[in-house]
Design a protein around this ligand. Structure first.
Ligand SMILES: Nc1ncnc2c1ncn2[C@@H]1O[C@H](COP(=O)(O)OP(=O)(O)O)[C@@H](O)[C@H]1O
Ligand SMILES: [Mg+2]
Length: 336
């Protein structure tokens, strides 16, 4: 049986001219290539990777806010990629996004009540009165005072605005939320409160989350499974505890070693943090895209791209020479 959400071979390319910063650059940005993953109802998949690795593009492509160049997004057996816009509408309701800086995506002249009810209005769901009632309920569920309905987003703090953004995302009763760095701009105690709120909402509403962050701590708190993105490709997907205790991809290991808070299995080999900047997605390296920064790279890594393959148990890794689970073991080639 196929999973609730199935993403296969998803790729997104941009014309370099489209992006403001790269306006004078010619070429194709390989923002995402050949992404495969699945998500169950009520599950959280965490997505980590350096800035520019394609995390936001993946979230947007799953929601069809950017057009995939190739590949499929299948929700409960429905291939969304094949649907014309009018047939897509009922699915749009079921999938919503929460952004890092919600203020950028809120009209400052709308009241908070209007902001929360906006997705319902845009989708022509309910009467104005019903939308107000729904907004007020959601505002209360977020722990905000109902008098806030008449106030403006600018009158709220960052953490409160993030609650308003979550309320807005929930207005249409979605099943899937793409949370794109939802706690990144907040101080530590506010981050913890938002993460707790998200965890409680997930339990109450049975939501599935694609939780994007460069903050592994935040991801580990919500996600049982984590995918690591490097230059638009998934390089490792593993249950959270295993990924942290014994990363198999050298890139994952170096990301973890840059974070002293994550004390991992001391037997597993440690690697220095990735050297230098990631290469440009305008011109990704041949072979394994990580090879120019990888301390374990061999000649084959310059030539042949490793595909994401079963490593041990529930883990998949795209590496010719994955790290052994314990120091001294032979690399676990050939899987289980
Ligand atoms: N609209 C666009 N036009 C051109 N390039 C883009 C566009 N959106 C994103 N990119 C490029 O795609 C790559 C991935 O970006 P993004 O998904 O925002 O990464 P992340 O969220 O991991 O920081 C980056 O190189 C970025 O510059
Ligand atoms: Mg991003």
């Amino acid at each position: 049986m196929s999973a609730w959400l199935e993403v296969s071979k998803l790729s997104v390319r941009f014309d370099a001219g489209e992006g403001g910063l790269l306006r004078k650059t010619q070429g194709t940005v390989h923002a995402l290539s050949d992404i495969d993953f699945s998500l169950d109802k009520g599950e959280t998949l965490g997505l980590i990777g350096e800035s520019g690795s394609g995390k936001s593009t993946l979230g947007r492509a799953v929601l069809h806010l950017v057009r995939p160049s190739e590949g499929k997004v299948v929700l409960e057996g429905n291939d969304l990629t094949a649907l014309p816009e009018n047939a897509m509408r009922p699915f749009r309701r079921r999938m919503q996004m929460v952004f890092q800086d919600p203020f950028d995506s809120m009209n400052p002249r709308m009241t908070v009540g209007e902001v929360i009810g906006e997705p319902l209005r845009l989708q022509r769901i309910g009467s104005a009165e019903q939308r107000r009632t729904r907004s007020a309920e959601l505002l209360a569920r977020m722990g905000l005072d109902p008098t806030g309905m008449q106030r403006y987003p600018g009158q709220y703090s960052g953490g409160q605005r993030q609650r308003i953004a979550i309320a807005r995302a929930l207005a249409t009763n979605p099943d899937l939320l793409v949370l794109d760095e939802p706690t990144s701009g907040l101080d530590v105690s506010m981050q913890a409160r938002i993460l707790n709120l998200l965890r409680d909402l997930q339990g109450e509403l049975g939501l599935s989350y694609l939780f994007i962050s460069h903050d592994l701590g935040a991801v580990a708190y919500l996600a049982k499974r984590i995918a690591v993105l490097y230059l638009g490709r998934m390089v490792e997907v593993a249950p959270t505890a295993e990924l942290i205790a014994k990363p198999a991809h050298p890139y994952t290991a170096s990301l973890l070693d840059a974070l002293p808070a994550f004390s991992r299995n001391t037997a597993s080999p440690h690697l220095p943090p990735p050297q230098g900047e990631p290469p440009s997605p305008l011109n990704p390296p041949a072979g394994c895209a990580f090879h120019p920064r990888c301390p374990r790279a061999q000649p084959i890594c310059h030539e042949q791209r490793p595909s994401l393959a079963a490593n041990d148990g529930a883990r998949t890794v795209a590496c010719h020479f994955p790290l052994p689970a314990t120091a001294g073991d032979a690399p676990p080639r050939g899987g289980t």
